[in-house]
Design a protein around this ligand. Structure first.
Ligand SMILES: *Cc1c(COP(=O)(O)O)cnc(C)c1O
Length: 409
């Protein structure tokens, strides 16, 4: 006999999420997610889809017609971009300077593309000359690069890479998940062809929707690979030539048809996530992009000033550091995991751990979306001071909070 188990209603303490994402969701976004559903072809709903496209053109700072959402986490948008562009045997140059750079090359390999990586040291930005050398040698169809890689906290020089791609006639893909809505991601000025994001970093939403923007020249290439489903021929299709897109769910040619006036059925749009993404963009644009970037820069500067005043050091090349995430070197003799656990159990604050070469070496403190604010930064620093004192780490009590306060005043 089986017993019925129902468990309790969701009821946890409200935690301050100050890691590298996810972060606390803006209350307006939570409200939007509780709005009742509509049918996916209801004119009211397709109207929301069109509004979402218009909103994200502004967030991405682009004129690209093809600007919409991929249903799935940020990684879904990344995968849609790569699998829709890359056919087996295509050359791709991937800038690999962190955990998410590694992800790009891993996905490109699954596309059976010929992957050339430009290796960048963690904690530094890549030299554009190294990218140019690789592009000149390989003449790839696509160059793929992460803008801000939260694993290393570096913001890569995308404008310089965009200029190189233009000169050698390569498409440029950029993963801007960690920076969109917090640092400038000027898609058109970068001359990037496909850029993707996610909600759970600076856009202040939950994970589960991946905004994407696609240039006309990239869309043309993708549509040239259009697949014909048995019995459902679409206009201008090219099929069965071995260059068809290897995924159905992530087939951008089909997804563009769904987001176009043709409204050709593909998946059922994840309505609650669309409501969330739409509200995130409304909140961002009401604040104003420049004001928002400045707020994130100020909060990040306060985190840096605070931890440095506590005698801690910030990891990596500070001149190219993302504003919204700070990696703090764990001092000798301090147990990094225990500090994170005490931050959570005593103060209900989450800060981040690290991956790969930085595992156990740094904490990552984010100040993003609604949390890129004075009170969230000061509360986090005050808690960190208390926990570190308890761990026997010596520094001038109150120095961190005072230094951060100085940045805000
Ligand atoms: C956080 C992050 C992702 C995360 O992808 P998810 O699928 O939403 O977990 C991808 N790329 C970068 C650069 C990120 O910082």
């Amino acid at each position: 006999m089986t017993t019925t188990q129902t468990f309790g209603e969701l009821d946890h303490p409200s935690r301050l999420l100050m890691g590298p994402g996810p972060i606390n969701v803006h209350p307006r976004v939570l409200r939007a997610m509780s709005v009742q559903l509509l049918g996916q072809f209801d004119p009211e709903f397709t109207g929301y889809m069109n509004e979402t496209m218009a909103l994200y053109r502004q967030v991405f700072q682009t004129q690209n017609r093809w600007t919409f959402l991929i249903d799935g986490t940020s990684r879904a948008a990344i995968e849609a971009a790569l699998v829709s562009v890359l056919a087996p045997g295509d050359d791709v140059v991937v800038v690999n300077a962190g955990r998410f750079g590694l992800l790009l090359s891993e996905i490109a390999q699954r596309c059976d593309a010929k992957v050339t990586t430009v290796e960048g040291e963690w904690g530094k930005v890549v030299d554009p000359q190294a990218v140019e050398d690789a592009v000149k040698r390989v003449r790839p169809r696509l160059v793929a690069c992460v803008h801000g890689d939260t694993s290393t906290t570096m913001a890569q020089p995308i404008a310089a890479i965009g200029e190189i791609c233009q000169r050698y006639d390569a498409l440029l893909y950029v993963d801007a998940t960690a920076t969109i809505g917090g640092m400038s991601t000027p898609v058109d000025a970068w001359r990037a062809d496909i850029v993707t994001g996610g909600l759970q970093k600076c856009l202040g939403g939950p994970s589960g929707s991946g905004p994407i923007t696609i240039s006309d020249r990239a869309a043309e290439h993708i549509n040239g690979r259009k697949h014909v489903e048995a019995g459902i021929a679409t206009a201008g299709s090219v099929a069965g030539n071995g260059r068809r897109i290897a995924s159905n769910y992530f087939d951008l040619a089909m997804i563009m048809d769904y987001w176009s006036d043709k409204r050709l059925n593909h998946h059922t749009e994840a309505a609650s996530m669309l409501y969330a993404a739409r509200e995130c963009a409304r909140v961002v644009l009401e604040e104003g992009l420049q004001a928002r970037f400045a707020r994130h820069a100020q909060a990040g500067a306060a985190v840096v000033a605070g931890v440095e005043a506590m005698g801690l050091s910030v990891y990596g090349d500070k001149a190219h550091k993302m504003t919204n995430v700070t990696a703090v070197v764990i001092p000798p003799g301090v147990d990094g995991d225990r500090v994170r656990a005490r931050m959570r159990t005593d103060f209900e604050i989450e800060i981040g751990t690290a991956f790969g070469p930085l595992a156990g070496k740094v904490w990552r403190i984010g100040a993003m979306g609604v949390n890129a604010r004075k009170h969230a930064v000061l509360t986090t620093l005050a808690a960190l001071e208390a926990v570190l004192r308890g761990e026997g780490y010596g520094f001038t009590a109150g120095a961190g909070v005072d230094a951060a306060l100085g940045v805000f005043s």
